[in-house]
Each structure stands twice: as C-alpha cells, then as structure tokens.
Design a protein around this ligand. Structure first.
Ligand code: ASP
Ligand code: MG
Length: 473
C-alpha cells in the first residue's frame, strides 16, 4: 500500500518524538509499503516566527538576534540528540546553520526597513519546516533508511499568490509532484517533505494557511494516488467535542469527508479546513491518529455524506474570536439588491463571512465575521451603505461565539433543531442568531462567548455523545 503520512508539531516536538516518528515510517516501509513523510515545524516554532515578525517590524533588532540564537540552539540540540552518525550530523548541522543565516538576514531586513508585507511574511513563516525536515532526514539516515528531503517548493507544490492562505494549482502540482517523487519511491527510498510552504509559478514563497502541512500531505496523497493519508498528531482523532470543554468527549471512529470538513470549518482544530478537498474527489481515506498511542486507530475519514448512521448529531464544536454585525433598516424590506450590496462591500474589503441570516421581515441581515476583521467590516459597511437611506443602523457585537452541531444523520431527520434549541434553552443560554446550511449537515448558532461551553455541554448531553460512538461504528 502507498501511504502519505504527516507528522504534526508535537509529533516532531523533540528528539524522542522525532525518533518515534521515523520508527513509525520505518515500520510501514518494512511491511512492504511505500511511504512519503510530510513534516510540520517543531512544536510552537511557527507561532514564534509569527511573534518575532512583529518584533522585527517594530525595528527590534535585539529581539531578532535573540530569536536566532535561541532557535539555532534548540534545533541543534534536537539534531544532536537524535542523529548519532558523525557524517549525517555534520551535514544536518551545516544545513541548519545555513538556513539560520538566511532567516537571520530576512529578520534583520524586516527590522531595518520596518516593513513586513504578506509576501515576505509567508517566506518567513515557511522556515519552521525548512528547519525540521533536515533533522528528520538525519534521524532516518541514522536508522538505515535511504532518504531525501525537499521543501514544498522543490516538491513542485504550486499555488496562486494569495499569501497567507494560498490556493494550490492542482494540474501543475499533480504533474510536478509525480515527476519528482515517483522515481524516488520506485527506488524504495523515503521522501521527507517540509509541509506548509509552497511556491507560486513565479517561484515566490507562499504558505497554505496555518496548519497547512495537513494540506501538503493531502495534496501529495492525491497527486500520488495514495491508498491512505495519515495525519499523526498528539490527539487520538476527531472528537465529539473539545475535551477541555466537555470531559466526556469521545473519539469519533468514522466520519464522512463532508462531516469532517464541516467540523474543521467550525473550529475542531484537528485538521486544516481545506485539506480534505484534494482527497475527497479521489476517495482517498484520511486517518487522524496519535503518534504516541499506537494502539488506537484514531478517526477514519472516508465515504460520502450519505453514510448511514444511527446518530443524528455526531459532534459539537465552538468557534470563538468571531463577531456579529446586524445591518438593519425598515427600508430594506422588499427591495432587491440590498443583500448583494452588503456582500459586495464585504467581498471588496476582503472579509470572509462565516454565517449569514436574514429574517423574513427582511428588515435586517446579520453576518458573522472573524473578530479581528470587525472594525474593517463595520467601517466598510458604514461607508458603503449608510448613505443609501435603505440602511438605518449597523450594530456590532464582539463577545459572541458560534456553536455548531454536526452530523450527516441530521439530514432529513425531523426534530433535531427543536432538540438542539430546547437543550440549550434549558441551560439558560440565549441564542442570538441561527443558520442551517441546506446541506443539513450542521446547525450553527450564535451565543454570548461566555455561554459557549455551557451550550456545548448541553448538546453533548442531549445527543448522548459520550455513549453514541459505540453504536456508530
Ligand atoms: N507549522 C505550520 C503551522 O503551525 C503548519 C503546520 O504545522 O501544519 O501552522
Ligand atoms: Mg504546527
């Protein structure tokens, strides 16, 4: 069988975790499988790169110097602890040195110019994986494997220039990835790919969005017609709810692509929201499992949304850091084109809308947007609409969250919404706005941010998610 396996930040967080990851890959190879490894940056490194980019743009040269020292030390120590062969270690340390010099140069330029564009930021953020991949390479060499490592760009993953959240250009990517990796796999060697980063057709560095090494893995999986993509993490799989909120949360053993995507969009951080797109068409299964608990098989994502299940709601998730905007005015009723204007304004301001609802009186449209875009959204709407006499008022609230109940069994099953809202109301939680997609795969609603956990626990109890899993699988 052919596997593409991605190791997340914690699964390559230190020397021990890296050795464990390489042993897992080796085990699959020894059983006669073909394997491609995709790696994340060492745990937290991308977050720290994001932070240092802020210090740098403030002109803080000292902080950038400290950052380089700290990360050179950290990566060097990890490399020394998991690579023992002198030659391999030397090669990796040279590699790390050189990459650090490049990184240092970039940070210094940002600090001197006090300028950071989305374009240069993507270049900067791709360094975490450029530093982790060679360490995995060395560790794999040490364990006697034949290995080559590549950046996403070298592998041929090609995207548009939507920096920060670039979109893969599938045709070129598939062609490049096949041409690059098939010969290596055919020789029985192990390719290790730095996840997250890619390149535009002009060779400019891009990234696939935070958590994007999942996406790297599924893109490669689709290009190589893998039998399965495995996402190794430090959690056991997708869960019925965030265990930090609901201690009785359970691992979901099976989800359809549509359900898992819906969960990812609605805050379950276990997989990158767009990562399932490339594999869905080809029906390549994706398994999310823990690299530290090998006895557990994790969550298998496969099949259509029509998967027959006896559970209605399978999981509940919460998205915080959102805000609600209500655009109101009696003049809006019966007038075609108001919604179009609202959405055009938002689109022109480059603001992603997470939820929409309009009451049938047509006197108001409510939108939910990322909280950090609220000010821009409000200003743009005021500039674009208040003069038109249709819209009287634009009201915003920023202390809200989205709660979503997800499950394919909800489709065509009556009374689910009634149960959802009764359960929430019984706990004294006030619902501010409701939306159900016509896919009927989820019901999502807005509550005060402080009520989010209460709503999650209410739904988890109502739909018996702590016990439902056994009967689902
Ligand atoms: N290192 C990147 C991030 O933390 C990509 C990833 O880990 O998937 O967002
Ligand atoms: Mg990460």
């Amino acid at each position: 069988m052919r596997f593409v396996m991605k190791f997340g930040g914690t699964s390559v967080g230190d020397a021990e975790a890296i050795l464990n990851a390489i042993r897992i890959a080796k085990d699959y190879l020894q059983k006669g499988n073909e394997v491609v490894v995709v790696t994340s940056a060492l745990a937290k490194v991308t977050d720290e790169l994001t932070e240092i980019s802020q210090r740098a743009v403030e002109g803080n040269l000292e902080a950038t110097g400290e950052f380089i020292q700290k990360h050179l030390k950290k990566h060097t120590e990890v490399a020394r602890a998991c690579i023992h062969g002198e030659d391999h270690l030397r090669k990796v340390l040279d590699d790390l040195d050189e990459t650090m010099k490049e990184l240092s140069g970039i940070l210094k330029s940002i600090a001197r110019l006090k300028e950071l564009t989305v374009r240069s930021k993507d270049y900067l953020l791709s360094f975490g994986e450029r530093l982790s991949a060679p360490i995995l390479w060395g560790a794999a060499q040490d364990l006697g494997l034949k290995v080559q490592w590549f950046t996403g760009c070298d592998t041929g993953i090609t995207t548009d220039e939507n920096f920060g959240e670039a979109n893969p250009l599938m045709d070129i990517t598939v062609r490049n990835v096949k041409a690059k990796l098939e010969p290596i796999i055919a020789k029985g060697e192990l390719p290790i790919i730095a996840g997250y980063g890619a390149c535009s057709p002009h060779g400019v560095s891009t990234t696939l969005g935070r958590g994007g090494s999942d996406y790297t893995a599924t893109l490669i999986g689709a290009a190589l017609d893998a039998d399965e993509v495995i996402i190794w993490k430090d959690v056991e799989g997708l869960m019925t709810a965030d265990p930090k909120i609901e201690p009785n949360a359970k691992v979901l053993h099976r989800m359809s692509y549509a359900e898992a995507s819906e969960m990812a969009y609605f805050g379950a951080k276990a997989i990158h929201p767009r990562a399932l797109q490339p594999v869905m068409n080809k029906q390549i299964p994706v398994r999310i499992r823990s690299s530290f608990e090998l006895n557990n098989e994790g969550t298998l994502i496969a099949g259509d949304r029509e998967v027959k299940t006896d559970g209605v709601v399978k999981a509940v998730t919460v998205v915080d850091s959102v805000a609600m905007i209500s655009v109101t005015g009696a003049g809006m009723a019966g007038l075609p084109g108001v919604a179009a204007k609202v959405f055009k304004v938002m689109g022109d301001a480059d603001i992603n809308i997470l939820m929409i609802s309009q009451s049938s009186s047509e006197a108001g449209i409510s939108l939910v947007v990322p909280r950090n875009k609220l000010l821009r959204a409000k200003n743009s709407l005021e500039l674009g609409l208040l003069g038109t006499e249709l819209v009287k008022d634009i009201v915003t609230e920023d202390d809200v969250c989205i709660v979503a109940a997800v499950g394919a069994g909800m489709k065509g099953s009556r009374g689910v919404a009634a149960r959802v809202f009764k359960a929430v109301a019984d706990r004294g939680v006030n619902v501010r706005m409701i939306a159900q997609g016509s896919s009927e795969l989820n019901i999502s609603f807005i509550v005060a941010e402080e009520d989010g956990p209460k709503a999650i626990r209410a739904l988890h109890d109502e739909f018996r998610l702590d016990t439902a899993q056994q009967s689902l699988n």
